[in-house]
Design a protein around this ligand. Structure first.
Ligand SMILES: Nc1nc2c(ncn2[C@@H]2O[C@H](COP(=O)(O)OP(=O)(O)O)[C@@H](O)[C@H]2O)c(=O)[nH]1
Ligand SMILES: [Mg+2]
Length: 450
């Protein structure tokens, strides 16, 4: 586990390797002392100010680098502690040497995420924001980065604030009914309470539902492109990818194995899978490839069945359509530049595209995005994290239990038990103090005579 928060930690914050600049960060009580020892000409009173200093080895007096140093004084820093940031020249050797000097002066190596952990422990950010920092750093699409940035600004925590307040109100109300049974201090009825909880449950439900799309934003969707040989699967794969990745020839059976590439559609990460053309064959290698095509269909979130719009459908096309009947799919009539059978297009509710000219490709991309995003009315807020989803789902089911127990006329204690669980789940989400602490805090502001 993590060591003392009072220790001073040091780490190089920029990625390994050479760079124009390398940033070395210190956080903890000794940060400023170490900074002045290594950069004797720095001015401690100049906090949040970029000062140019020489870094000198205190043992040998050797000048190691000239850097820009920024000092932060607690609590006005990322971690909430005294911090120092050396912007050095980005040689891994220079950085490693300065880091060793920091250790020699009493700092210890920071563990992964430890700067952010300190920010959390010092209440600079909540748990959801800490996770957002991780997600922002790891974001692989613009959309993911946008969502993480919004979360970093505390979007989810803000959304949950009034929800928690309402539940807490209900808890206080029920607690006081339990405490003061004989007194007629009951102003709102149980029905009113139920109504309030029902409203909150709806808000939580919307959040839970948003995960269906949120998960896809995080993990990406799997899109398999299938069809008989030569219909233009690889060409469509390249068109969606916007680069010539797969080999395209007019020789049937060119693609022997599945080929996966990641692209993005409106910011939604897409794992695009090109497959071997499906047909009857005695060729052993081709057979194996075709098995993989079927596996790709089974594995996909959506399958694009490609047909050649310039030709009548053949038995192989029908077989593929039949085998995809139970999986989610779009029918795509490719080669529309060579002619289209409008009746077929209607019968199969297909998309008309030409991988060659690009016609219809944008519409297909948009339809794919809409298929996943418009599955339900989405709230402005998206749950993208499995941990968040699990906790909010728990909170919701506990809340529903509380509601039904109240309705069924069980004692307040039973409902209270479930409401406490609801609050615990929500508190765990943001990493807040426990419900007991929260209640203690709130009750301490009450006067008992009320
Ligand atoms: N005219 C026309 N030819 C296409 C189109 N898409 C693919 N082709 C041609 O059809 C042949 C087979 O294409 P390919 O992508 O390798 O098909 P696959 O076997 O299904 O992967 C190649 O000669 C392509 O140039 C299209 O939209 N229009
Ligand atoms: Mg191919």
């Amino acid at each position: 586990m993590y060591a003392e928060i009072e220790d001073t930690i040091a780490a190089v914050s920029t990625p390994p390797g050479r760079g124009a600049i390398g940033v070395l960060r210190l956080s903890g009580r000794l940060s400023h002392k170490i900074a002045t020892t290594l950069a004797p000409n720095c001015k401690l009173q100049k906090v949040r100010y970029a000062q140019t200093c020489d870094i000198i080895d205190p043992e040998t007096n050797e000048k190691i680098d000239r850097c820009v140093l920024i000092l932060y004084r607690a609590p006005a820093s990322f971690t909430g502690q005294d911090c120092a940031e050396f912007n050095c020249h980005g040689s891994p050797f220079v950085l490693a040497r300065i880091l060793r000097l920091c250790y020699a002066q009493g700092a210890r190596p920071a563990l992964p995420g430890e700067f952010t952990l300190r920010a959390f422990l010092n209440h600079k950010i909540d748990l959801v924001q800490a996770e957002a920092i991780r997600d922002l750093i790891n974001a692989q699409s613009e959309y993911q980065a946008k969502l993480a940035a919004r979360q970093l600004q505390g979007e989810l925590s803000r959304y949950l604030q009034p929800i928690k307040a309402t539940i807490l109100e209900a808890v206080i109300h029920l607690e006081s009914r339990v405490e003061f049974v004989d007194e007629a201090l009951d102003t709102h009825s149980i029905e009113q309470l139920e109504q309030q909880l029902a409203k909150v449950a709806t808000q939580l439900r919307r959040l839970v539902d948003s995960y269906r799309f949120g998960r896809l934003v995080r993990e990406g969707i799997k899109l398999a492109i299938v069809g008989r040989p030569n219909v233009g699967k690889s060409s469509l794969f390249n068109a969606l990818l916007q680069r010539d990745r797969a080999i395209v020839t007019d020789i049937p059976g060119t693609t022997r194995d599945t080929l996966t590439e990641v692209t993005s559609i409106n910011g939604l990460p897409v794992h695009l899978v090109d497959t071997a053309g499906i047909r009857q064959t005695e060729d052993v290698v081709e057979k194996l490839g075709i098995e993989r095509s079927y596996a790709a269909i089974a594995d996909a979130d959506l399958t694009l069945i490609v047909l050649d719009s310039s030709k009548p459908l053949c038995d192989e096309d029908f077989r593929i359509l039949e085998s995809c009947r139970c999986s989610k799919h779009f029918v795509v009539f490719n080669k529309c530049d060579l002619g289209v059978n409008e009746n077929l297009l209607k019968d199969y509710k297909g998309f008309k595209v030409s991988a060659k000219t690009g016609e219809g490709i944008d519409e297909l991309r948009q339809a794919i995005f809409n298929y996943f995003s418009a599955a339900e009315e989405r709230p402005d807020l998206l749950l993208v994290d499995a941990r968040h989803h699990n906790l909010i789902e728990t909170a919701l089911s506990e809340l529903n239990l509380a509601k039904s127990r109240l309705k069924e006329g069980f004692s307040e204690e039973i409902a209270l038990f479930h409401l406490h669980n609801t609050l615990s789940a929500l508190a765990e989400l943001t990493g807040e103090t426990t419900v007991e602490d929260l209640l203690g805090l709130i009750f301490s502001t009450f006067c008992i005579g009320k």
